[in-house]
Write a protein that binds this ligand. Structure first.
Ligand SMILES: [Zn+2]
Length: 209
């Protein structure tokens, strides 16, 4: 299954519903407006967050989680909500295979590749609605950043989890996924790509029978 950074409607799981309920209990959330490709905020290198535990950063992080879940998406970086700051939120749904990761905030993250294995990922982006493209990404990465509680998060990730982290981290450096593609022939409307992939799968099934 190709990996991607956007979920289709209705792919919530029970854990996410629980999380949503928990954060709603804590305070009223806001859905933030998402910047689209073409806006300069998406091309700028974002600034470090001076104080990750500041109340306004906590509030922004929770609003970003709410916005990501509402979209629905699996990652959202601060520049996508017009805040040129080095922080993003992400999640790895159980439907993506591998270990599930509940919505997580990463502030002032650092990222490094582990090994030189490449994976080809079908990605989407909330700032480029309706499109998908195939992007080469590192199979494994190590990352580190400050979480919502101010504690350091340090993990090694592979597959879809590593894909999401690389996509979101790129947003902090003003890089959108088409800028990482090596074949723009692999960029297209989500609907058309899904149709073409379904047709190909049906053809392969016929051949196998
Ligand atoms: Zn994106």
């Amino acid at each position: 299954m190709p990996c991607g950074v956007r979920l289709r409607n209705g792919q919530y799981d029970r854990n996410q519903a629980r999380w949503q309920w928990q954060i709603r209990e804590r305070r009223a959330m806001s859905i933030l407006k998402i910047a689209r490709m073409g806006h300069p905020v998406l091309l700028r290198r974002a600034d470090p967050v001076p104080d990750p535990t500041a109340p306004e950063i906590q509030r922004l992080a929770l609003d970003m989680i709410e916005t990501m879940i509402d979209a629905p998406g699996v990652g959202l970086a601060a520049p996508q909500v017009y805040q040129s700051l080095r922080m993003f939120v992400f999640r790895v749904p159980v439907s993506r295979g591998g270990e599930e990761v509940s919505p997580t905030v990463l502030i002032n993250p650092e990222l490094e590749w582990v090994g030189d294995e490449i994976q080809m990922c079908w990605e989407g982006c909330l700032s480029i609605p309706g499109f998908r493209g195939e992007v080469p990404r590192a199979m494994r990465v190590r990352y580190r950043g400050i979480g919502l509680d101010g504690a350091v998060i340090e993990r090694e990730a592979s597959g879809f989890h590593a894909n999401v982290i690389q996509h979101e981290y790129d947003h902090l450096d003003g890089i959108l996924y088409p800028m990482r593609m090596n074949d723009l022939g692999r960029l297209g409307f989500e609907e058309e790509i899904a149709r073409a992939q379904a047709a190909l799968a049906a053809e392969q099934k016929d051949d196998a029978e």
